[in-house]
Design a binder for this molecule. Structure first.
Ligand SMILES: [Zn+2]
Ligand SMILES: [Zn+2]
Length: 136
């Protein structure tokens, strides 16, 4: 039994494709069922470009939450950075503390920028769906 992150339905057994929306699980499959990683454009074994669409990495409901969490974290970090800068400008005595905070914040910013970009994937899915609806 596998859970599909795209449509939120279960498919019995050990399926390669979701039986409801036709997406593959964490891989892309060519018509000959060769397995390619999620990011592949062409099958490495037969060169086919007709790869299946994989399901999203995380469930659709969670994606929105993850996006919000990322935005909130970004805002918090921005606010903290601003506070440190303001404190530094106001009283030179806290400089050492501010430098320590600055280093910590730098590391946090770096981690934040390394978070997977769910928003991009969500947007792409949205556009693909829009286009498919227009075609019908
Ligand atoms: Zn599905
Ligand atoms: Zn292939």
């Amino acid at each position: 039994m596998r859970y599909c992150n795209q449509c939120g339905k279960m498919t019995a057994g050990e399926p390669l494709y979701c039986s409801h929306c036709g997406r593959t699980y964490d891989v892309r499959l060519c018509p000959r069922q060769h397995v390619s990683p999620r990011g592949a454009q062409v099958c490495a074994r037969c060169g086919s470009r007709e790869l299946s669409t994989p399901q999203p990495a995380i469930p659709i409901a969670l994606r929105f939450l993850a996006l919000m969490a990322r935005l909130v974290l970004g805002l918090l970090l921005f606010y903290a950075t601003l506070s440190v800068l303001i404190a530094l400008a106001r009283s030179p005595q806290v400089r050492e503390l501010a430098v320590a905070c600055g280093i910590l914040l730098g590391v946090l910013w770096m981690l934040w920028s390394k978070l997977p970009d769910w928003s991009k994937e969500a947007l792409r899915d949205f556009w693909i769906k829009r286009r498919q609806n227009d075609d019908e």
